[in-house]
Write a protein that binds this ligand. Structure first.
Ligand code: HEC
Ligand code: HEC
Length: 222
C-alpha cells in the first residue's frame, strides 16, 4: 500500500516535472503569435456573420473589418477609459496594451479590403431623412458618402448594421447608467436634437449605403 502510494507520488512528480521541461523547451514564440492570441478573442463575435449581442438590446455586433485603424484604436481606448461603458468591450479593451491595439487595428483596417470604389456622394435619402441629415450636418464629419470621415479617428458609418447604429446613436443620449452610454461630447450634442424614431430612420438609411465595412467569417487561425 505504502509502496503504491509512493509510486503514484513519484509518477505524479515525474509527470509534473516533464510538463515543466516541455514548457521550458518550447522555442520562443514568434512576434505575431501574441497578436494572433488577441485576434482570437475578437473572432468569436466580430468574425461571425450576423452574430448578435443581446445587451442592452438584441443587435448585430458592429462590422470592424475595413474600418479605419485610427478609429478602432480611438474606440478601444474609449472603452478602456470607460468613456464608452459597454461592459464586454470594456473588459476586452482593458486587456489590450497600446501596442496590441495598434496591431489589432492595423489588421482589421486591411481585413477583407476589396478594390470596389465607393461613390463620392451617397445615394440620396428620402426627403424626411435628408432633412435630419442636414440638421445634424452629419456628412461634414463623416464624409459625403459616410465612408470618408474628415479625421481618421472618426468612424466610417456607411453600410454598418442598422440595429447597431441605432444602439450606438441612442448610447450617446444615455446618461447616468453605469453600463450603457458613450461619453463623446461631439456625438452627444448631435443626437440630443433627435427623437429615437428619427435616429432609427437615420440608422436605416446609413445601413443601406455602399460600404467598405465587412464581417469576414473566421472560425480560427490556420
Ligand atoms: C463577446 C463579443 C465580443 C468580443 C469577443 C469582442 N467584441 Fe468588440 N464589440 C462587441 C459589441 C457588442 C460591440 C458594440 C459595443 C457598443 O455598443 O459600444 C463591440 C464594439 C467594438 C468596437 C467599436 C466598433 C464601432 O463601430 O464603434 C471595436 C473597435 C471592437 N469592438 C473591437 C474588438 C476587438 C479588437 C476585439 C478583440 C480584441 C473585440 N472587439 C472583441 C462584441 C465583442
Ligand atoms: C463634428 C463632427 C461630427 C458630426 C457633425 C457628426 N458626427 Fe457622428 N461621430 C463623430 C465622432 C468623432 C464619432 C466617434 C465618437 C466616439 O468615439 O464615440 C462619431 C460617431 C458616430 C457614430 C457611431 C459609429 C460607430 O461605429 O460606433 C454614429 C452612428 C454617428 N457618428 C452618426 C452620426 C450622424 C447620424 C450624424 C448627424 C446627425 C453625425 N454622426 C454627426 C463626429 C461627428
Amino acid at each position: 500500500m505504502k509502496n503504491t502510494l509512493l509510486c503514484l507520488m513519484l509518477l505524479a512528480f515525474a509527470g509534473a516535472s516533464s510538463i515543466v521541461q516541455a514548457q521550458a523547451a518550447k522555442p520562443a514564440a514568434p512576434a505575431t503569435a501574441a497578436i494572433e492570441t488577441k485576434l482570437a478573442m475578437c473572432i468569436g463575435c466580430h468574425g461571425i456573420k450576423g452574430y448578435q449581442a443581446s445587451f442592452p438590446e438584441i443587435h448585430k455586433v458592429p462590422m470592424i473589418s475595413g474600418q479605419s485603424g485610427k478609429y478602432i484604436v480611438a474606440a478601444l481606448n474609449a472603452y478602456k477609459k470607460g468613456e464608452r461603458k459597454h461592459p464586454t468591450m470594456r473588459g476586452i479593451a482593458a486587456s489590450l496594451s497600446e501596442q496590441d491595439m495598434a496591431e489589432v487595428a492595423a489588421y482589421y483596417e486591411q481585413h477583407g479590403k476589396d478594390a470596389v470604389a465607393l461613390p463620392e456622394q451617397a445615394p440620396a435619402a428620402s426627403t424626411d431623412v435628408a432633412a435630419l441629415l442636414t440638421k445634424g450636418a452629419c456628412d461634414s464629419c463623416h464624409g459625403k458618402n459616410f465612408s470618408k470621415p474628415i479625421d481618421p479617428t472618426y468612424p466610417k458609418i456607411a453600410g454598418q448594421h442598422a440595429d447597431f447604429l441605432f444602439v450606438a446613436l441612442k448610447a450617446y443620449k444615455t446618461e447616468g447608467n453605469p453600463q450603457v452610454g458613450r461619453g463623446n461630447a461631439i456625438m452627444g450634442g448631435q443626437v440630443k436634437q433627435f427623437s429615437n424614431a428619427e435616429l432609427k430612420s437615420i440608422a436605416h438609411y446609413l445601413a443601406s449605403l455602399p460600404s467598405e465595412l465587412h464581417t469576414v467569417p473566421q472560425s480560427k487561425f490556420r
